[in-house]
Design a protein around this ligand. Structure first.
Ligand SMILES: [Zn+2]
Length: 117
């Protein structure tokens, strides 16, 4: 978690510095470097926002795991895991917060088989 926060802060600081360089270049009528600095601002801002989302998701997963370890049965997070979101819910990673036990998998396969016949 520390490295994620470090990346977020570094990207934010880089975006701020590039924004200042962009404004300075425009003030000196150097438009080509200003455009390049502006592109750098966009890239680093996206990186900072991505790290922020990753940090927030990791905090939610940690809280979910803590509640589960205390004996509670919290509902699965939305999405249940990041791999499910990118795979269209076909694949789940090891930190998935939904129930994917073997018995539930077999029930789903049997239900699909019954629907086909
Ligand atoms: Zn999942």
């Amino acid at each position: 978690m520390l490295s994620t926060r470090r990346y977020q802060h570094a990207a934010t600081a880089g975006a701020a510095l590039l924004a200042a360089a962009c404004v300075g270049s425009f003030a000196h009528r150097s438009y080509v470097p200003a455009i390049l600095f502006g592109l750098g601002v966009l890239v680093l801002t996206e990186a900072a926002l991505r790290e922020h989302r990753r940090l927030r998701r990791r905090r939610l997963e940690d809280d979910w795991a803590r509640r589960r370890a205390l004996g509670e049965s919290p509902p699965p997070l939305t999405p249940c895991c990041l791999l499910a979101r990118s795979s269209g819910k076909d694949i789940h990673d090891q930190n998935c917060t939904s129930d994917h036990t073997l018995s539930r998998f077999l029930d789903r396969i049997e239900q699909q088989h019954r629907e086909e016949t």
